[in-house]
Design a protein around this ligand. Structure first.
Ligand code: NCD
Ligand code: ZN
Length: 345
């Protein structure tokens, strides 16, 4: 039996939803994580500081007594008021702003179509030090879904970063070697989150031997060479890469149907699964920094004072297959290999 004492981790990309789903799944994250960057893609989206403050209250109400801090984000639209963003950031309500290209993913219809229209917001954010979280995929119908991240870097992200060199940017849930290389090539002000599931699955996992809806998420998992590039980045000790699970619950009826919603739900078992992944890669000593140091440092937050203790046993850990919520059951991510780690304190 081996013991691992980690800094209490943070999740720099999380979907907590609202209503009965929020109530059902929020404890799955708050159990292990001290803080999380909360995605604003509700219906309707969280677009103003006042809406973020109200959503933060609903999250707190879903987690009575929990030692958990939600770090709120605003959903960027072409109508976003730069002054509202800056005021909400100064007031400590909002940590970052999220850019969804319109139509890129779940609940992104209100996202940005014309990037020139949000320039004043980017200018104000750069000036006030508000980071931008980016869903990095183009939505151009002609572009193949497996190429959408790489094309986004060249045609959208790099031009934005050149126009606004002072803007701090987090490329969310990177899925390609192209994105890893781009982040490494930047001199400053660019970080990236990596999810638990993209360190484990490739596109074969989704499609070979029958279609696996619970492995379908956006950006979609790519070829094995890309998964390996992500793993190398995660275990490299390069502080620009840190954990953002993108745990994105959908009830089973939305996943197991003829138009499956995008999202993998990893909140329940992320830390034990990551311990197994890092151990298999011979990099257990790098797990703490990836989950507990680099993201906080990038966002300019103090690292968490508390700890999370994991233990390794010879018998694999049993995780629930589903979390029952008032909005229906949610299937927990199955890594497809035995996990010997468990959280004990
Ligand atoms: C997310 C969701 O369900 O809200 N889905 C996903 O596949 N990751 C949206 C997102 O982050 O793209
Ligand atoms: Zn997401």
């Amino acid at each position: 039996m081996t013991r691992l004492v980690l800094t209490r981790p943070d999740d720099f990309h999380l979907h907590l939803r609202d209503g009965a789903m929020l109530t059902g799944i929020a404890p799955e994250t708050a159990r292990d994580f001290a803080r999380a960057i909360i995605m604003p893609n509700l219906v309707p989206p969280v677009v103003t500081g006042a809406q973020a403050a109200a959503y933060r209250e609903r999250i707190a109400a879903a987690l009575p007594g929990a030692d958990f801090t939600p770090l709120m984000t605003l959903y960027l639209t072409e109508d976003t008021d730069p002054a509202d963003v800056v005021a909400a950031h100064r007031a400590g309500i909002v940590t970052a702003v999220k850019l969804y290209p319109a139509g890129a993913t779940t609940n992104s219809a209100s996202g940005v179509r014309d990037f020139d229209r949000v320039r004043p917001v980017f200018e104000a954010m750069a000036e006030a030090g508000v980071p931008l979280c980016v869903h990095g995929e183009v939505t151009t119908p002609e572009v193949d879904i497996f190429d959408r991240e790489a094309v986004f870097i060249d045609t959208v992200l790099d031009p934005i970063r050149r126009t606004h060199p002072g803007l701090r940017v987090i490329m969310e849930h990177v899925t390609t070697a192209d994105a890893v290389d781009y982040v490494k090539s930047a001199d400053a002000g660019l970080g990236a989150t990596i999810t638990t599931h993209h360190l484990i699955i490739n596109r074969n996992s989704i499609l070979v031997g029958g279609m696996k809806p619970h492995y379908y998420c956006l950006p979609v998992a790519k070829r094995e060479i890309h998964r390996v590039a992500l793993l190398e980045a995660a275990i490299s000790g390069d502080a620009r890469f840190f954990l953002g699970t993108d745990s994105a619950p959908h009830s089973d009826d939305k996943k197991e149907c003829d138009c499956c919603a995008a999202g993998c739900f990893t909140a329940t078992n992320t830390m034990p699964v990551l311990a197994e992944v890092f151990e298999r890669a011979g990099a257990l000593d790098r797990l703490d920094a990836f989950c507990g140091h680099f993201g906080a440092d990038f966002y300019g937050l103090a690292r968490n004072p508390g700890t999370l203790v994991l233990e390794r046993r010879d018998t694999p850990t049993a995780f629930p297959a589903k979390i029952e919520t008032g909005a229906g059951p949610v299937t927990v991510f199955n890594p497809g290999f035995p996990v010997h780690w468990r959280v004990v304190a």
